[in-house]
Structures are given as C-alpha cells and as structure tokens.
Design a protein around this ligand. Structure first.
Ligand SMILES: [Zn+2]
Length: 274
C-alpha cells in the first residue's frame, strides 16, 4: 500500500467514524421530537439535520468508504462478531461467530414459549415486597413505589408503568394489569390509557405477555427496565428505530443470547411480547 493509498484509507475510516456519530445523533432524535413541549422550530431543525446526514451518506465520499468496508468485510470474515461489544457476553456458537451479518432468528426453540430468561430464584412474595422494592430502589435508576395493590415503576425521562397485582396461593405477587404512560403525562393509573400511540402499543404488548405466561415480579420488572432504551434501540428485523408504518418504536422484546432484542410489532413474527 502506497502512502497516498494509506492517506485515502485513513480519510475513509474517519468519515465512517463520523457517520457512526451521526447515526447516534439520529437515534436520539425521536425522543426529542416526541416531547409534548417540542416547538415546531426544533422539529424543522431536527428534520433538516436528518436530511443533511442522508445527503452525506449518499455522497461519493461515504459511498466509497462504505463499499471499501464491505469489500474488506467480504474478504475477511474472521471473528468480527467477537471484536465488538459482544466480547462481554458468552461466546456465541462457532457458526454465528464467523458471520457479522445481523441474525434474524427463525429457529426459535420449539416448545419454549417464554420470552424471559430463566430465573432460578422464587418470585417475590407479599411479605417480602417492601424490602425487595427498597433494595431495588437503592441499586437502580428506575424507581418502584407501592400503593395498595398497585406498583408504580418509573423509568426516568421515558415512562411510568402502573401494575396492579394480586397474591396467589404461595403468597407470590402476580401482576394482573399493566399500563404505560409517558413520563410527562399528567395522569396515569393501572386502568387508564396514554395519549401516545407508542405507550398504548407498549401497554398492549405487555398485557399480552401477562396473558401468555405467569411471570415472576423480578422478571417483569427487568423487562420494563429494558424499555429505558425505547427511543434509541433499533428493530432487529428492519434496523429502524421507529417503524415505517405508524412511526412507533420497537416495543416487542425477547431474551436471546444474554440480552433483550427489540422488534416492531409490524416486523415481529413468532412468539414474543407480541
Ligand atoms: Zn422493524
């Protein structure tokens, strides 16, 4: 490789890194645009920056860098999956480690209908609820409050979840209804409805989970916490943050390979929160 080739490669790497930053900016945009307080001016600004980034991506410079990256990816498919953030997780099976492509699972284990990771410990019981919630609040940014037979779980800056619960024979807490509201919505409760499509759809999905299986409180709370990235996580199927139809975020969740994967209701097939 000559020094001018090297210079070009360096510039291409720089522009790809710039692109990555821009994509992170794009991911954060829907949150801002969905706030009730957002002015028309900032929506226009937001859309302008989306257009600017789109034009840049389509430009000769980035297209050149992207096609070179693709060529180099095809030439060397070794171990890319382990180079990124996955290295903190358990190694994946050899077959997928060789492929950097996004994996779209069609072969979910037959007979395994739960969307949750296995949890060995017992579900929280009525008499341990207050202590458990206190311990939770000490260690988490999300906060739990108990009022009569309603648990309120707030996910900062995103949403507030109301869960009404009952107690079954072995004294375990079983959540019966669940409703989600935007953090800034004035009213909320275990039986109301959010004014936002995103939270209406999320309430529906969580309701389906409660119908499908009896969930331990800890698992359900863990699922709700996973929505703290609701407005920045892309759909595993189409890659978009908000769906092309209806513009709603990816509210379907399933636990796979030590992490929650997200899908839009319109992109999801198979059993899941949906
Ligand atoms: Zn999708």
């Amino acid at each position: 490789m000559t020094s001018s080739d090297l210079q070009i490669l360096k510039e291409q790497i720089d522009s790809l890194q710039e692109l990555k930053k821009n994509i992170q900016t794009l991911r954060a945009l829907p949150v801002g645009l969905l706030q009730p307080t957002t002015s028309t001016g900032s929506v226009t600004e937001g859309l302008k920056s989306v257009r600017g980034i789109a034009e840049e991506v389509l430009g000769e410079k980035l297209q050149g860098a992207l096609s070179r990256a693709k060529g180099s990816l095809e030439a060397d498919r070794t171990d890319l999956a382990l180079a990124g953030r996955r290295d903190k997780r358990k190694p994946r099976p050899q077959t997928s480690a060789a492929s950097p492509e996004i994996y779209v699972g069609k072969d979910r284990a037959v007979g395994h209908t739960s969307i949750f990771p296995l949890l060995a410990e017992e579900g929280v019981k009525m008499e341990g609820l207050v202590d458990w919630a206190r311990a939770f609040n000490r260690t988490q940014d999300c906060k739990l409050r108990i009022q009569d037979k309603v648990l309120r779980l707030s996910v900062p800056e995103i949403m507030t979840t109301y869960m009404s619960f009952g107690v079954v024979e072995d004294r375990q807490i079983v959540v019966e209804t669940i409703r989600v509201f935007g953090s800034r919505e004035a009213k909320g409760g275990p039986h109301g409805q959010s004014g936002y499509t995103a939270f209406q759809q999320l309430s529906q999905e969580l309701g389906k989970v409660l119908e499908q299986e009896r969930v331990k409180l800890q698992s359900l709370v863990d699922l709700v916490i996973s929505y703290s990235s609701l407005f920045i996580t892309g759909c595993r199927v189409c890659g978009r943050v908000v769906s092309s139809e209806r513009h709603v975020p990816a509210v379907v969740r399933r636990w796979e390979n030590d992490g929650w994967v997200s899908e839009h209701v319109s992109c999801s097939d198979g059993p899941g929160v949906g």
